[in-house]
Design a protein around this ligand. Structure first.
Ligand SMILES: C[S@@+](CC[C@H](N)C(=O)[O-])C[C@H]1O[C@@H](n2cnc3c(N)ncnc32)[C@H](O)[C@@H]1O
Length: 294
């Protein structure tokens, strides 16, 4: 399934890209936002597209095809924004976008255990080429972290009220045999909610929590935001689309604490309209905040 870009019209309205402008998309994925920006700034403008997932970057490069040095696609973390920009000598930027989290590719295609509806190895990392034993995976969290730590992770990043019960069951089950796959984990979590009916799958929040923790998603966001001011030109904009209240809080507080550097453009977060949420369920929890470099 192709990942539908969230809040695309709103992003284009806030950024108002013109031919010759320079933009950075820190979470390029299938290029939904990247290509819309490139379309408006090319051929004299520039777009730097970053994604941590090498497989995704390879696919996007094939899709873009254009042999134009003004659109560059790199596999790296947006947490290294300043370094990447320094190496590329990109010039002062009109806008930086982060559209946080995972994509449809990770759930449907990656085979890395992001989905509780599939039976895949419990990896949940955005990089496809991890070193087992060096890079933290969901397998390691589930099979070697203490009951208390697992409960805390599920509670903090998943806002799951049954976190203690879930952690207890995981630890009980792993004594019999290691929990190897996303399917096994989903089944164990389901057992905690025995015979109850849910609007969402009972493993949704726990899987979200593991993904956020394993990829240090909040830490990456916290590291990226302070690098943006120097990269932007005066009047340039930062736009962050988040899907989790903890992410939104980090963005909100960062803009509030840096009022000498940024003018807040969105007093309240912008959310998707009815039409978009109907078409794209993922847009339901999206929150967009925009600020402008003073
Ligand atoms: C929600 S998707 C972006 C979708 C994209 N805007 C589109 O419309 O096609 C988020 C992307 O961010 C990537 N990602 C996650 N953490 C990252 C990080 N620290 N640095 C760079 N990319 C990251 C994921 O691999 C994923 O492809």
């Amino acid at each position: 399934m192709i990942h539908k870009p969230v809040l695309l019209n709103e992003i284009l309205e806030f950024f108002n890209p013109k031919q010759g402008d320079i933009f950075i998309d820190g979470t390029a994925n299938g290029g939904g936002h990247t290509l819309a920006l490139w379309d408006r700034v090319k051929p004299t403008g520039k777009v730097l597209a970053i994604d941590k997932d090498k497989d995704i970057v390879k696919k996007l490069k094939e899709k873009v095809k254009e042999d134009n040095k003004n659109i560059q696609i790199v596999s790296d973390s947006y947490a290294n924004l300043k370094n990447i920009v320094d190496q590329k000598e990109f010039g002062k930027v009109s806008g930086i976008l982060l559209d946080l989290g995972y994509s449809s590719y990770h759930i449907d295609v990656s085979g890395r255990g992001f989905s509780f509806q599939k039976d895949e190895p419990l990896i949940m990392r955005y990089e496809p080429d991890i070193e087992i034993g060096k890079d933290l995976t969901a397998y390691e969290v589930i099979n070697s972290f203490s009951e208390n730590d697992i409960a805390d992770i599920i509670y903090k990043y998943g806002e799951e009220r049954a976190s203690r019960k879930i952690a207890k069951r995981i630890v009980l089950k792993r004594k019999q045999k290691n929990i190897e796959t996303s399917g096994e984990l989903a089944e164990i979590i389901e057992e905690v909610f025995f015979k109850k009916h849910f609007k969402i799958h009972p493993a949704t929040k726990s899987f979200q929590a593991l993904r956020i923790f394993v990829n240090d998603e909040l830490g990456n966001l916290e590291r990226a935001l302070p690098q943006m001011h120097e990269i932007l030109k005066t009047g340039g904009k930062v736009a962050i689309i988040s899907f989790h209240s903890l992410e939104d809080r980090i963005v909100k507080n960062f803009f509030r604490d840096n009022k000498d550097k940024f003018k807040i453009i969105t007093k309240k977060p912008v959310v998707a309209d009815k039409e978009e949420t109907k078409e794209n369920p993922r847009a339901r929890s999206a929150k967009l905040r925009v600020a402008e470099k003073i």
